[in-house]
Design a protein around this ligand. Structure first.
Ligand SMILES: Cc1cc2nc3c(=O)[nH]c(=O)nc-3n(C[C@H](O)[C@H](O)[C@H](O)COP(=O)(O)OP(=O)(O)OC[C@H]3O[C@@H](n4cnc5c(N)ncnc54)[C@H](O)[C@@H]3O)c2cc1C
Length: 678
């Protein structure tokens, strides 16, 4: 562990949050077109310490009487763990809830794909885990670019998530004696990850969807499937609802409510190749951003160390091998460059177990950003293996020798089978090949401590918001954060927002603001459909180019030249897109080309903003690894004196201009320290 030192961002006994905000000044930007905006606060109750703030909040939140709840209409976009849980919980409480998903069924949300597990520090194992340790691991894992008070909430509510999911039907794996089983994930030295074999997301999603169906059946929640959110309705600076497009018929509709929650998942598909479901997207949050909701830390992206490597230029996505494999798998490359030998014939002393060598304390279980970087460095230095030399080995053969194949089969059989189907190798007999791949987006819409965006009435939750994970998310903390938000945060914070609105009618679906939002949607669709440039290409053509630029310029390791070049290249691709993209078919029908073109238009704007954010943030932190900011050991070097804040972006008044607001971060019981996993 590093040592803490007195620092203006470490709270002392006489710390005063408002005074600290008033005294804070953010650095100027080195990026053309970026203006420094205002200093913003987190809206948490700072009269108590960060550890106590969530409990204090809950004790002071305004309540809505059961008799009045049905008078409030709440729109929830997304039925993943975050949105599905919020809809079920608020519906059960008696609010008039409408929930939207572009899928045909709520259970198809991307959360269903998660494999490895969900964290909670309530484990029965006597390994000295605690709420404090969970909070500390999360803050430190995020490299101090997250809020400490958020992380306390995450850890405190984590026990409830496990009990609740257990009660509503998630079949957690168990020890022989009946207690819930746990395992370890990267970045921690305890065993706090609960799991249902390799299908944790699936089982949590099914349990959440069952709870949601129960409320739909009871008439408390109305569901709108095949409904793709196209815009946000904002009146007098307050969110009043959404515009949706039915993806089967093309019909556009406006929906209004007293509060709206976006829980639309991560935007990793901006990289084209990612481990996310192909439909995961950034459209709803980009529409909100255009309407004034700040976008926080968009360049903070997690590259998973254990993705399957790209084997062909025409591959449409990458596949994740769960990080849980790192519990038993050892990561290595040959010591010799360009070694073509069958890995099983390479003797032990000619193998480099580079994570164990570089990080002896954590070994193969270092956090994801560190493992991804080490894997990429090994590959870039010429030690990569496989046909494209773009991967490293993850080897289960030692564990099989020590524990027996049955034990490994019991733990990972579905992952090993998936690997064999994708790559054709039998991981019981030969090491797997893995490579860093885009996996999780820590950035997203900026939200305050109550998960409300900078547009009052618009909340954001789950992976589409920025909260908890700072510059690097710890494995198994995301199913947790989505569940904590959906089940145990929004059901308190949304009513607290609604209570003073009692007596106000539901906003008018025929209002001018609703009509304006509908018109913006119609115009955008018409514009995309009517492009007839001289050099036509489908949207996919531009998406592939964008992904390649982002991996190169805003990827695992970032240089000033690359990031600047990335901005220039993305602007050229965007200009080409708006001149030449060709979308066949019409708007009043199912048109997946149109859907994709809308997504790609958003990705181009988001990709530009990500490169701007990465270039602007003149430090390394977590997964944001700039080669001009490294310490003497080649590790990411933060600049806490200048950059200990969250960047919250707003569009400028002209194209290619941006305003960077800043929320300074202060640390109370988890003082700033250098991450050290050695
Ligand atoms: C392969 C993989 C494995 C993972 N494994 C783990 C793990 O083991 N542990 C862990 O903690 N995390 C894991 N994660 C991360 C975790 O799965 C996600 O962060 C989490 O499930 C996100 O949940 P969510 O509710 O925010 O969003 P999602 O589950 O993505 O749900 C988004 C919802 O929004 C809807 N939606 C999106 N856009 C629109 C729109 N424009 N209009 C209407 N509806 C829209 C979708 O239909 C969907 O219902 C994994 C991620 C991947 C990619």
């Amino acid at each position: 562990m590093g040592t803490s030192k007195p620092h203006p961002h470490n709270q002392t006994a006489d710390f005063n949050y408002d005074e600290a905000l008033a005294a804070f000044s953010a650095p100027q930007s080195s990026v053309d077109g970026v203006a420094v905006g205002k200093v913003i606060g987190d809206n948490a109750p700072h009269e108590v310490g960060q550890q106590e703030q969530w409990q204090y909040d809950k004790e002071h939140f305004k309540l809505v009487s059961p008799l009045n709840r049905a008078k409030f209409r709440i729109l929830i976009v997304g039925t993943g763990l975050a949105g599905g849980a919020a809809a079920a919980a608020l519906g059960e409480l008696g609010y008039d809830v409408k929930v939207f998903t572009y899928h045909d069924s709520p259970r198809r949300a991307h959360s269903i794909a998660a494999q490895g597990g969900v964290n909670s520090s309530r484990s029965k194992k006597l390994d000295n885990d605690s709420t404090y340790n969970h909070t500390k691991d999360t803050v430190k894992g995020g490299d101090y670019r997250c809020r400490e008070n958020d992380c306390w909430r995450l850890a405190m509510e984590s026990g409830k998530v496990i009990d609740h999911m257990n009660a509503i039907g998630a079949p957690f794996s168990r020890e022989y004696g009946g207690t819930l089983a746990t395992r370890s994930f990267g970045g921690v030295q305890v065993s706090r990850t609960f799991y249902t074999r390799g299908q944790t997301g699936q089982q949590l999603q099914l349990a959440t969807t069952s709870a949601l169906y129960r409320q739909i059946g009871a008439g408390n929640v109305e569901i709108f499937t095949h409904s793709d959110v196209q815009d946000i309705i904002v009146e007098d600076g307050v969110c009043k609802g959404i515009v949706t497009r039915n993806i089967i018929t093309g019909e556009l509709s406006t929906h209004t409510g007293h509060a709206t929650v976006l829980a639309t998942g991560g935007y990793g598909n901006v990289y084209h190749m990612s481990t996310l479901a192909k439909n995961s997207n950034a459209s709803a949050i980009m529409r909100a951003y255009e309407q004034g909701a700040y976008m926080a830390s968009p360049s903070f992206v997690q590259f998973h160390p254990t993705g399957l490597p790209v084997n062909s230029d025409w591959q449409s996505k990458t596949i994740l091998m769960s990080e849980s494999l790192r519990n038993d798998g050892r990561i290595w490359t040959p010591k010799k460059k360009d070694d073509q030998r069958d890995p099983m014939t390479i003797p032990e002393d000619e193998r480099d177990y580079f994570l164990e060598r570089r990080y002896p304390a954590f070994g193969n279980l270092v956090p994801r950003d560190i493992a991804s970087r080490a894997n990429a460095q090994q590959i870039n230095a010429g030690y990569g293996v496989g046909p494209k030399k773009n991967s490293v080995y993850l080897d289960l053969t030692h564990a099989i020798k020590n524990l027996g194949e049955d034990v490994i089969r019991e733990r990972y059989s579905n992952l090993i089978q998936m690997y064999e189907e994708a790559i054709g190798d039998d991981a019981y007999k030969t090491p797997m090949r893995i490579a860093p791949t885009c996996h999780y987006t820590m950035g997203g819409l900026w939200t305050d401590f109550h998960e409300m965006t900078s547009i009052p009435g618009l909340f954001c939750s789950g992976e589409s918001s920025w909260m908890y994970h700072g510059a690097n998310r710890l494995g198994a903390n995301s199913l947790l954060s989505s569940s904590v938000e959906g089940w145990f945060t929004l059901p308190f914070t949304v009513p607290n927002y609604l209570a003073p609105l009692l007596g106000q009618e539901a906003p008018d679906a025929e209002s001018q603001a609703a009509k304006d939002a509908l018109k913006r949607t119609e115009d955008r669709i018409e514009k995309i459909l009517n492009i007839r440039g001289p050099n036509p290409h489908g949207a996919e053509y531009y998406h592939r180019q964008l992904g390649e630029i982002l991996y190169r310029c805003c990827g695992v390791a970032r240089t000033v030249e690359d990031m600047q070049q990335g901005i220039d290249e993305i602007r050229k691709v965007r200009a080409d897109f708006w001149e030449n993209v060709f979308v066949p078919g019409g708007k009043d029908e199912m048109n997946q080309q149109l859907e994709n073109a809308i997504r790609v238009a958003d990705y181009l704007d988001l990709g530009e903003l990500m490169c701007v954010d990465a270039l602007d943030r003149d430090e390394s932190c977590g997964a944001h690894y700039r080669e001009d900011h490294l310490d003497e050991d080649g590790e990411a070097e933060r600049n806490d004196d200048e950059w200990c804040f969250v960047s919250a972006w707003e569009p400028g008044d002209k194209p290619e201009t941006f305003i960077r607001h800043s929320e300074p971060l202060y640390f109370d019981r988890i003082p700033l320290m250098t991450r050290n996993y050695k």
